[in-house]
Ligand binder design. Structure first.
Ligand code: DX5
Ligand code: ZN
Length: 214
């Protein structure tokens, strides 16, 4: 089974969002990764609901929404309503993760839980039978273009072993600092959904870059 590539729109030319999505699609990218930052959970502000709504009218690609926000329970339903196919929320930001997962799945989208590099991977284990994916951050969330943190490889390996042990179908997504050098490392460790922003959007040949990390 080949890996899924999700292009992080944070790394694209946002003034040409529609064209950038077409470029990703034509390059064989599988999903669009939509990073939402609130300036509270992380020290940066990106884009949110109105941009997702406009984007949904312009593309039929699978949209993977990564919420780096506090109180995800207040927003997940709107993100699904406006076009998210999958919603990742941070475990560190949710008071009652099971309730957030239910809000997402009741609305008909897929739910995923994200963890920062410093969060123990065992914290996601109680939710593995309720979600379709775990997002293991491989940089501190908040900014594109950072350097991959190698210590996260051990978390990916540990999570892959737990998923196998319990015979679950849960996917492992990695996000941050992924390029042609780091992709083989995370894939070897057990990742199957690879997010890439800076590397893929800045490549001279996007298709070649997507093929290389896949
Ligand atoms: C970081 C975001 C990432 C980011 C990845 O907080 O969650 O999705 O855009 O960008 P690169 O590939 O540039 O590390
Ligand atoms: Zn992200």
């Amino acid at each position: 089974m080949s890996n899924i590539i999700s292009a992080s729109l944070l790394g694209c030319d946002l003034a040409n969002l529609e064209k950038e999505c077409e470029r990703a699609k034509n390059s064989g990218v599988d999903w669009l990764h939509f990073d939402v930052m609130d300036g509270v959970f992380v020290d940066n502000i990106s884009f949110g609901l109105p941009v997702l709504k406009s984007l949904r009218n312009k593309t039929d690609m699978f949209i993977d929404v990564h919420l780096m926000i506090t109180k995800p329970e207040n927003y997940v339903q709107n993100f699904v309503k406006l076009g998210a196919d999958l919603v990742d929320f941070h475990l560190e930001a949710a008071k009652d993760p099971k309730a957030v997962i239910e809000l997402i799945t009741q609305m008909g989208a897929k739910a995923a839980v994200a963890v920062k590099p410093g969060t123990d991977i065992e914290k996601v284990y109680p939710y593995l039978d309720k979600i379709c994916m775990v997002l293991v951050m491989t940089v501190e969330p908040g900014f594109g273009g950072q350097v991959f943190i190698p210590e996260t490889l051990e978390k990916i390996r540990k999570l892959r072993a737990e998923i196998l042990r319990r015979s679950l179908e849960v996917k492992i997504q990695v996000d941050g600092g992924i390029n042609d050098k780091t992709a083989p490392l995370v894939i070897e460790a057990g990742a199957d959904v690879i997010v890439s922003g800076t590397y893929i959007f800045n490549a001279d040949d996007m298709k070649k870059a997507a093929d290389l990390i896949r």
